[in-house]
Design a protein around this ligand. Structure first.
Ligand code: ARG
Length: 579
């Protein structure tokens, strides 16, 4: 149990001993001159117990005063209790944290959560739109695990539907003699070499997609091939599998660079096995309606204040929609993993899509009522013009290019002493830190502007600043010439502030879990690091003569170092050995 939680439990007991029962805890004070914390229950208790809040506050203070952990207890009108924590208790907090960070984290009741935060599309390059999904989803996965949830991350590859039909059609046009298009071919397709690289695939898709917009026959042919894939027709289906494999390998590499990993690499196509069952459920419940040749589900509700168009279940050309693949995926997840919650991280603009999907799945009871389906939308990363970030010529900014842009900046700021052969790797690690940290700083629904110089600055609220400081803490610890176990004294305001911040960590974690945004944690680690850095620049550590002060300061350094590593790991940010 966290230090704060057990402290709050004790406070509730103390209030009970004073004769009152209420669920309260310490709140950070907004009048630091009166104390570090407030307890604000006297006013509510006054209504329940029909006494003046001042009398109640006095009763409570009498009990609090017996506890050595509290100092400077005072009452402000009409009954606010202000207090601070004793030096001994602050030392205690630091020593507890030094034993094990996990002691200061509140474990939650077990539940199983599937997080859908990939959404990369086969044969299309990962682009800026996939960045926040990957960053946020990965970090929320790590955070949810840290509090004890059972979490599965799913890449949910877009490997189904017309884009693949288009890609295969264009391959057919360019390589008409491939065995995959020869219906007389009797050999084993898995052994056929495909003369295609991932970069060719990435070139083919935009080409084919544009062509289909201008050429009706081409589009028709692509539809036809899409059907062939979906019906697992020999040749086409085998080629599709090869294309998926090539693309997946490349997608994995980019996710690896981002330090993002998935437990499940399922795709939209994997859910299609569940489509017949899905259709049966919707039919049985009478939810499918014919509309202009398409089958739709009415998902509107009385009281809807904005338009809620019907969900397209089967299109008039018999193709399945994006919404149907998501419904089939919900059924698949229910039957194969039976989660308590499913979290979807995508761009806010997919809000309506998910609202339709969730409503339809409730109508059909695809999951139990208490299973939470949560859409977690995010804002866009924009260019300096305030519009979604594009390449200089207006094209889609791929993630690879984006990483390159920032890598060019972080490379410039690398310590010149770093050997040539590790420069590239280190600078990449710092670049990813810069990118991720900048992504977490604004609340998740807020758009932000991509500014590579600002993100890679070694000063200010940046990933590189945090890495640089963390590495410096480590190198200071490496220089220690005494063993250090315990904090025995704290002298400075900074030490006190650090202890108070540590006390506050579980609250920050809870807020992030609640809001599914990392901004609070991003601010928290910045604060912690800057307070420590101030302490570092104003105090002797290695050169301190008083051994017990020196030991305390080294332990403090170790605590903040480990806490930084822990938080950076949750954010999915790696710490290089030097930079
Ligand atoms: N592939 C989709 C896209 O690029 C994102 C998928 C998000 N997840 C989902 N279950 N719909 O827009």
């Amino acid at each position: 149990m966290s230090i704060l939680k057990s402290l709050n439990n004790d406070i509730r007991d103390m209030i009970k001993r004073a004769g009152y029962e209420i669920d309260v805890g310490l709140l950070p004070s907004n009048r630091k001159d009166l104390g570090d914390f407030q307890i604000n229950c006297a006013m509510s208790l006054a209504k329940i117990y029909h006494k003046s809040p001042l009398v109640i506050a006095e009763d409570i203070v009498k009990v609090l005063e017996e506890d050595k952990r509290f100092v400077n207890i005072n009452i402000a009108n009409p009954g606010f209790i202000n207090l601070s924590l004793s030096k001994e208790f602050l030392i205690d907090i630091l020593n507890k944290e030094n034993e094990d960070i996990y002691n200061n984290i509140d474990k939650k009741d077990k539940k199983k959560i599937i997080i859908d935060y990939g959404g990369a599309n086969v044969s299309k390059a990962l682009h800026v739109g996939h960045l926040r999904s990957a960053n946020l989803g990965e970090a929320m996965k790590r955070l949810a695990r840290a509090v004890g949830y059972d979490v599965l991350g799913d890449a949910h590859l877009g490997d189904y539907g017309r884009p693949l039909g288009l890609v295969l059609l264009e391959i057919k046009k360019r390589f008409p003699n491939l065995e995959f298009f020869d219906s007389n071919y009797k050999g084993d397709y898995s052994e056929v070499e495909l003369p295609i690289t991932n970069s060719l695939l990435e070139e083919i898709y935009p080409y084919a997609s544009l062509k289909a917009k201008e050429d009706e026959d081409y589009l028709e042919e692509a539809r036809d091939i899409t059907f062939k894939i979906q019906n697992r027709e020999r040749g086409y289906y085998d080629l599709w599998k090869k294309v998926v494999a090539i693309s997946k390998e490349d997608i994995k590499k980019v996710y690896d660079e981002l330090n993002v990993s998935f437990d499940l690499w399922l795709g939209e196509s994997d859910a299609m096995e569940y489509f017949p069952k899905l259709k049966e459920i919707f039919e049985e419940k009478g939810l499918l309606k014919l509309s202009d040749g398409a089958l739709v589900v009415d998902v509107s509700k009385d009281g809807d204040t904005s338009p809620m168009p019907p969900l397209l279940f089967i299109k008039s050309n018999q193709a399945l929609s994006y919404a149907t693949t998501d419904l089939a995926t919900i059924l698949q997840r229910k039957l194969e993993y039976n989660p308590n919650e499913i979290w979807y991280f995508t761009d806010l603009r997919q809000n309506l899509h998910f609202e339709q999907v969730f409503r339809a799945s409730r109508l059909a009871n695809l999951v139990d009522k208490d299973v939470k389906l949560e859409f977690i939308g995010f804002g866009t990363m924009n260019g300096r013009d305030g519009k979604p970030f594009k390449t200089r010529d207006g094209g889609i900014m791929t993630l690879k290019n984006l990483i390159e842009l920032i890598n060019n900046e972080t490379k410039k700021r690398l310590n010149p002493d770093i050997e040539e052969n590790s420069r590239e790797e280190i600078s990449k690690t710092v670049a990813i830190a810069a990118l991720k940290y900048a992504d977490f700083l604004p609340f998740r629904t807020t758009d932000y502007i991509f500014e590579e110089e600002k993100f890679s600055d070694l000063e200010g609220k940046t990933g590189p600043y945090l890495l640089y400081s963390t590495i410096r803490m480590k190198s200071l610890l490496n220089k220690a010439d005494i063993s250090y176990e315990k904090i025995t004294s704290i002298e400075t305001t900074e030490e006190k502030e650090l202890a108070l911040n540590i006390l506050n960590l579980p609250t920050v974690i809870d807020k992030s879990l609640e809001s599914k945004s990392l901004n609070e944690i991003a601010e928290y680690i910045y604060n912690l690091t800057s307070i420590y850095n101030k302490f570092y620049s104003e105090n002797k550590i290695i050169t301190e003569k008083d051994i017990s002060i020196k030991e305390s300061r080294l332990v403090l350094t170790k605590i903040i170092y480990e806490l930084n590593c822990f938080i950076l790991d949750i954010l999915g940010i790696k710490v290089p050995k030097k930079m």
